[in-house]
Design a protein around this ligand. Structure first.
Ligand SMILES: NC(=O)C1=CN([C@@H]2O[C@H](COP(=O)(O)OP(=O)(O)OC[C@H]3O[C@@H](n4cnc5c(N)ncnc54)[C@H](OP(=O)(O)O)[C@@H]3O)[C@@H](O)[C@H]2O)C=CC1
Ligand SMILES: CC(=O)N[C@@H](CCC(=O)OP(=O)(O)O)C(=O)O
Length: 348
């Protein structure tokens, strides 16, 4: 059987990681990469680490070519650019996985509030499926547009959803305190990503206004089946990859640390990419770097009914390209872990 041909629109960090992961995939071929600044350059000139793995030449975006040649496409673009492209490609039957945020929020008013842009195809929002395979695999399998989740949402929703669904934590006063590496901001030049701005320092940003707040809230409310009251604050720290999320919750009466661990173990017992750590062990971003794992550690102060859940992901893998590939595998009916299960974390 021939390989599925896949196009990638965008040639930033997530696109580079898609190419790295697809190099180890025997049923998908990265057929085209579409760029703005690097048109005419070979991708292994743009990213020398890809030499011997991928040498396709970057082209200007060509939807006709995608429609003719590709069965699927990854959109690895800044927010706001995907909607017209997905509208056209979806109509032509090309499966679309959008790594940006344009299809994640179901309420277009909320999208408009946080992204300061009118949504150009509200109808299509209903077609898109929010892509966390461990939580909604069956829907993903039937979808042709995947809204690939944001990196912070992935690190928060995977641990919190089962606990909310089981009703063992309160839906109020959830505090998500997350730290991210700088690659989360993409490869484009930005003052805030310069070495002198990020090295040897830590800062909070997007306090009270980050775009991922409504995305996390939307998915947690789906799991809880009711309103969820939460706060979310991201911090930028001097590392390239990784997100560590420390999540504070209030426990319902009588709930023990082991009950939380049990609920997560039960929910994720067949999930290769979710690792629930043993009692007394807390995640480390280095234990997941380069891989598609999410590691989750749990602690509870049972007397005071406080729970602390810590998760670690690689923002570019489970937080973006790895999860996107997991989703596309499902959409195309391929083994979900292809190109991903072989990724051993890069420790130390
Ligand atoms: N980085 C991360 O950890 C995560 C990123 N995401 C999301 O994934 C998406 C991609 O992120 P990332 O790869 O990091 O971003 P980058 O900034 O590294 O790359 C963005 C790419 O988009 C290209 N681009 C910009 N405008 C156009 C256009 N009009 N047509 C075609 N290409 C265009 C740029 O091309 P050129 O360089 O040639 O100008 C660039 O290659 C974003 O929406 C991001 O928010 C989601 C989760 C995690
Ligand atoms: C360090 C940094 O800037 N990180 C980005 C997260 C990017 C991401 O995961 O997702 P989106 O697709 O929703 O942009 C941020 O906080 O906006």
């Amino acid at each position: 059987m021939g390989k599925y041909k896949v196009g990638i629109i965008g040639d930033g960090y997530t696109a580079a990681d898609l190419l790295r992961l697809m190099a180890g995939h025997d049923e998908l071929e990265a057929a085209f990469i579409f760029s703005v600044d690097n048109v005419g350059k070979r991708i292994d000139e743009v990213y020398p680490h890809l030499a011997h793995f991928c040498s396709i030449t970057c082209m200007a975006t060509d939807l006709e070519m995608i429609k003719k040649e590709c069965q699927a496409v990854f959109l690895a673009l800044p927010h706001g650019l995907s909607v017209p492209l997905v509208t056209e490609l979806h109509k032509a039957g090309v499966k679309c996985v959008d790594l940006g945020a344009d299809f994640r929020l179901k309420d277009p008013e909320v999208y408009e509030e946080y992204y300061e842009k009118r949504h150009e195809n509200r109808e299509l929002l209903g077609e898109a499926v929010y892509g966390i395979p461990e939580l909604n695999r069956e829907e993903i399998k039937k979808a042709s547009i995947i809204a690939n989740p944001g990196c912070f949402p992935t690190g928060s929703i995977i641990p919190l959803s089962p606990l909310l669904k089981a009703g063992i934590i309160k839906t109020e006063n959830i505090i998500i305190d997350a730290k991210t590496g700088v690659s989360g901001a993409g490869r484009g030049l930005k003052t805030g990503s310069l070495f002198c701005e990020v090295n040897e320092g830590v800062k909070a940003y997007g306090v009270g206004s980050h775009r991922h707040f409504p995305e996390i809230k939307q998915e947690l409310e789906k799991a809880a089946g009711s309103r969820v009251d939460m706060v979310f604050t991201p911090h930028l720290i001097p590392m390239s990859r990784g997100i560590l999320s420390t999540i504070y919750v209030e426990l319902k009466e009588g709930v023990k640390e082991e009950d939380m661990r049990q609920v997560l173990r039960e929910e994720y017992r067949d999930e290769f990419f979710v690792r629930i750590l043993p009692e007394g062990t807390m995640p480390h971003t280095k234990w997941v770097a380069g891989s598609n794992f999410i590691d989750i550690g749990i602690y509870a102060d049972e007397k005071r009914r406080k729970g602390i859940i810590v998760s670690a992901i690689d923002n570019l893998v489970k937080g973006a390209s790895g999860q996107a590939l997991q989703n596309l595998n499902l959409v195309l009916g391929i083994d979900e872990g292809k190109g991903l299960r072989n990724l051993v974390p890069l420790f130390p």
